[in-house]
Design a protein around this ligand. Structure first.
Ligand code: MG
Ligand code: MG
Length: 247
């Protein structure tokens, strides 16, 4: 789907709200805060900006952000009982709707001082996202994004999660086609001006295998190794990729 300039402007606005949710939650992360507190910080941004949440009630999801600490990859449900402690890493996935158009972006941050190993995972995962974004030029092929992500992650000995992938985005949060974070064996469709995608590598220190917890939402690494998640919403323009969700 190719979006016209009016649609792209609405998506820019939604992206700005998501970026503000990132800034607000990032500023609140510290030892002793609960993941529900972070959810409430993000909910205040949505309300202040007159946006609506695309996460709340999505297939019954009960919150406006996902909070996934340490070996949790994605889809953690915020809870007053999950208290962050010094040395944790926490993945925060945020989304918002403005005038019917969606934004979606995630980051992983450290809580206080974190290990060198964890810090390196965060840096490499974010770098893999931007290597993917660099491929988002008109005329290039969709799966070059995942090839670039995978190249950066695997060069550091990390693994790329296969079961969860990026996606086109617009009037729904998850639109077709999907955007794998690895080379799926074929180049995929050509990228055209006006296409918008959420690219979101999930990178593990250990195995790529995942497990879903009993709540039916939270996904963790099968071996308990740390996982990081970075995501942006990005449009293909005549002048290259435009990231809508940068703070
Ligand atoms: Mg997301
Ligand atoms: Mg997404």
């Amino acid at each position: 789907m190719r979006r016209n300039e009016d649609e792209l402007n609405k998506m820019r606005k939604a992206g700005k709200v998501v970026a503000e949710m990132h800034e607000a939650t990032r500023a609140a992360i510290r030892p002793g805060i609960s993941t529900m507190d972070l959810n409430n910080v993000a909910a205040q941004v949505i309300e202040r900006r007159g946006a609506t949440s695309n996460f709340l009630n999505y297939h019954g999801f009960p919150a406006v952000i996902c909070t996934s600490p340490n070996d949790m990859i994605v889809h953690g449900i915020p809870s007053a009982e999950v208290i962050l402690v010094e040395g944790d890493i926490i993945s925060i996935d945020c989304g918002a709707i403005i005038e019917g158009y969606h934004g979606d972006a995630a980051y992983t941050a450290g809580v206080g001082e974190i290990s060198k190993e964890a810090q390196r995972l965060l840096e490499v995962t974010e770098a893999s996202l931007f290597a993917g974004i660099d491929q988002m030029t008109k005329g290039n092929r969709l799966h070059e994004i995942g090839r670039a992500v995978q190249g950066v992650a695997e060069a550091q000995g990390y693994s790329v999660v296969r079961e969860y992938v990026g996606h086109a985005i617009g009037t729904a949060m998850h639109e077709q086609p999907q955007v794998p974070n690895y080379w799926p064996g074929s180049p995929g469709p050509s990228l055209k001006t006006g296409m918008v995608f959420a690219v979101e590598p999930m990178i593990n220190i250990g195995t790529q295998e995942t497990m879903t917890l009993e709540d039916g939402w939270a996904v963790v690494t099968a071996d308990g190794s740390l996982s990081a998640h970075f995501e942006h919403t990005i449009a293909i323009t005549d002048h290259g990729p435009e990231v809508f969700t940068l703070p």
